[in-house]
Design a protein around this ligand. Structure first.
Ligand code: SF4
Length: 473
């Protein structure tokens, strides 16, 4: 069958979709980019923000009409966090929906599609995340997960085809036990569980053998990775150290980190291993102690500031990025100012800024009044973006007249807007530095996937611009 798969949300979802694509192809299906031509339409969804869910409802409304009037055999499925959050209710709401599949059940997708083709309606959800957490807490070494179902999808990865050129993501842990009061993740992705270190290293080694040179280790709170086999406990810094030793791995990154667990051992291993990139995505979410407390972030503003100072001291040239939520319940102007101040003090390369929206089931939605008016949220959102723009510009301009190593990703979206017709021999290329800056420069398309040195001549708040050093092919 022809399968259309659309992905919303974070890197975890993008990796899930990549792995799902491999398993669907292995089952004999063909992937298509054309939703109208597909026999199976799947949405891998995100529940973190209301907007993403509304987009899925709107897509499902259109697909249901098409199925009802023109394509009765069309199979419709919702995967991922929203499927887990809404479960059977989603199937009730959209009477023509065939598959509802939680994030932990994705390895079963080929089987679910076959059942749907036979006329069954299938709802495959993970166990109740709160119950699962109670079970996990009762076991020794709770953070380690050794059941084969847990990383079945990762283990089935196709090392020849399923990754994008020189870069690949590798999952190291799933779930989250932090329960930030605004966040749906602990309720849809279940308890924190870490993968066996040997399996992670083996996956990275096979990717490197297949031509990958930059690997990003991912987890909801990646720095809380912990594997225990009874005799030895393996922390995130141990995992980083082991993976960084894999021959041929030129760059190693990781996202996303929680400030609470960012211990010095991680910073030291970053400083010691040449192939670990000096980049940390470290979302503060707010610069105000009162709001951090209400968010249940479990650190204070001064602890965050101190962590940034330590990171700068131990990892020379470290590049930092943040995330913020504006308009959290009870956020006063002074709290908002504290967030702006934190951006200035931290010198973030970039920050994602989101307006708070209550997510059903979370503690904030249950117990706090969404009392910041939407126009105030919008204004604060714009103000934080303006501060970030200023800080990001100063940060990026500090690279002018330096030379940076760039992993070339391919032609830039700007190609063709430079006042000349791009050719395969000369086009605008885009790539990334070790610090995750986007760099634009002119060169031939064949450089995609290679490393080049670029002399930086100009910068915006979001990217660097430069000239490739002569003699590099
Ligand atoms: S650390 Fe907080 S924000 Fe991040 S996934 Fe866990 S609960 Fe959500």
């Amino acid at each position: 069958m022809k399968v259309y798969l659309e992905t919303m949300g974070c890197q975890m979802n993008r990796l899930d979709s990549e792995l799902v694509t491999v398993s669907l192809r292995a089952a004999g299906h063909e992937m298509t980019d054309d939703r109208c031509d597909a026999d199976v339409v799947l949405y891998n969804t995100c529940s973190v923000r209301r907007h993403a869910e509304e987009k899925v409802y709107s897509r499902l409304g259109g697909d249901s009409r098409r199925k009802a009037h023109h394509r009765p055999r069309l199979i419709l499925g919702v995967l991922g966090c929203m499927a887990q959050r809404e479960g059977a209710e989603l199937a009730n709401r959209f009477g023509l929906l065939d598959i509802v599949c939680g994030p932990g059940q994705l390895a079963r997708l080929p089987e679910l599609i076959s059942a749907a083709a036979d006329g069954s309606r299938v709802v495959a959800l993970d166990p109740d995340p709160i119950e699962a957490r109670r079970g996990a807490k009762a076991t020794e070494g709770a953070a380690s997960a050794d059941d084969s179902d847990f990383d079945a999808l990762d283990l089935a990865r196709d090392f020849q085809d399923g990754h994008a050129g020189a870069q690949a993501y590798v999952r190291v842990m799933k779930g989250c036990d932090n329960f930030c009061t605004y966040c749906i993740v602990p309720l849809v992705r279940g308890p924190e569980r870490s993968r066996r270190p040997e399996r992670i290293a083996q996956e990275v080694r096979r990717l490197v053998d297949a031509g990958v040179s930059e690997v990003t280790l991912i987890g909801q709170t990646v720095n809380r990775y912990r594997w225990s086999d009874g005799s030895r406990t393996f922390a995130f810094s141990d995992l980083l150290a082991d993976v960084s030793e894999i021959a041929g791995l030129r760059r190693l990154r990781f996202v996303t980190s929680h400030p609470l667990d960012f211990t010095n051992d991680i910073l030291h291993v970053m400083a010691e291993r040449a192939n670990i990139c000096e980049y940390i995505h470290l979302p503060p979410q707010s610069g105000s102690d009162a709001i951090l407390r209400r968010m249940n972030r479990k650190y204070t503003r001064s602890q965050y500031d101190e962590l940034i100072d330590r990171a700068r001291e131990i990892v020379p040239g470290v590049v930092l990025a943040g995330d913020f939520i504006v308009g959290f319940p009870g956020e006063a102007e002074a709290d908002h100012e504290a967030s702006a101040d934190l951006i200035r003090r931290s010198g973030f390369k970039n920050s994602f800024v989101f307006k708070y929206s209550p997510r059903p089931g979370t503690a904030a939605a249950r117990t706090m009044l969404d009392d910041v008016p939407d126009e105030v949220k919008r204004r604060r959102n714009n103000e934080l973006l303006a501060v970030q723009h200023e800080v990001g510009l100063a940060h990026c301009r500090s690279y002018i007249a330096t030379t940076v190593e760039v992993l070339v990703e391919g032609p830039s979206v700007r190609a063709g807007k430079q006042g000349f017709e791009p050719t395969p021999q000369r086009t605008q290329l885009a790539g990334r530095t070790r610090g995750s800056h986007i760099v634009h420069f002119l060169g031939p398309e064949r450089l995609a996937g290679q490393y080049v040195n670029v002399h930086i001549t100009d910068a915006t708040a979001l990217s660097l611009q430069g000239d490739r050093e002569a003699g590099q092919e």
